[in-house]
Design a protein around this ligand. Sequence first.
Ligand SMILES: NC(=O)c1ccc[n+]([C@@H]2O[C@H](COP(=O)([O-])OP(=O)(O)OC[C@H]3O[C@@H](n4cnc5c(N)ncnc54)[C@H](OP(=O)(O)O)[C@@H]3O)[C@@H](O)[C@H]2O)c1
Length: 254
Amino acid sequence: MNIDFSGKYVLITGASRGIGRATAIEFAECGAHVIVHYKENDAAAMKTLSMLKGDKHFLLKANLDDPFLVERAVFKALKKAGHIEILVNNAGVYKECDLLSSTYEEWQMHVNDTFKTNFIGMSNLTYFLAKHMAANGGGKIINVSSRGAFRGEPTAPAYGASKAALNQFSQSLAKLLAPKQVFVYVVAPGFVETEMSTSALKGHKGTEIKNQSPLNRVAKPEEVAHAIVLLASEHTEFMTGCILDINGASYLRS
Ligand SMILES: NC(=O)c1ccc[n+]([C@@H]2O[C@H](COP(=O)([O-])OP(=O)(O)OC[C@H]3O[C@@H](n4cnc5c(N)ncnc54)[C@H](OP(=O)(O)O)[C@@H]3O)[C@@H](O)[C@H]2O)c1
């Protein structure tokens, strides 16, 4: 199976680190021009950029929590690239909060901050780029969810809820946008070796977490990146609306 994104631009949010960086590297390997989006970590974003094969890649800095900055970022990206065929909504935050011991103020912060990045920011960016794709012959949108949307996240309830919202949002858009040749997918990883999961994996529950999978390990960022690249390819049109589990059989649903 040949995957070739030559001449196409992909915008990957949260590409300064982790899954986003691995995804940027894979897209560049397959000939895409990569727009490396990030929030604030200039050094890490520049490192990602330096790791990309090919040309015409560029950085895009924007805090997705701010709707005005999202609009400005889209304007900047389209002005520079001219067109964007693929969007990977990968940026996300994981914040813990114990409902039983938190103050009401802490609880408000937990829910609002998580949803601002994981759902509202992602949906605002999608608003602009889905319209752009629909008006320009089509495109692909791949949203990064989590196993937690299905399994539950008792210590991070807003995280699980934000990813469940992302799943449903993606499926609604898959139905809406298919006639415009815009295809929408979700990948739902379990634990992945990135900064987001470092403290959990290095903590006293590290071994227990790895043993949740019969492979006795967690995913590598590249494994999620490969699935994203496959979904962005021309071979997966009829998979639109799917949610692809990438969790090493640690949580199976049927
Ligand atoms: N790691 C896991 O175990 C795991 C499991 C399941 C799902 N996921 C999902 O996979 C995605 C990527 O996770 P990861 O582990 O690769 O994360 P990570 O290593 O913590 O990186 C997070 C990325 O998101 C960016 N970001 C964070 N808040 C942002 C905001 N408000 N506006 C714009 N960008 C923002 C960061 O930019 P800066 O570098 O500039 O801060 C960074 O590039 C997330 O959606 C996460 O929920 C991860």
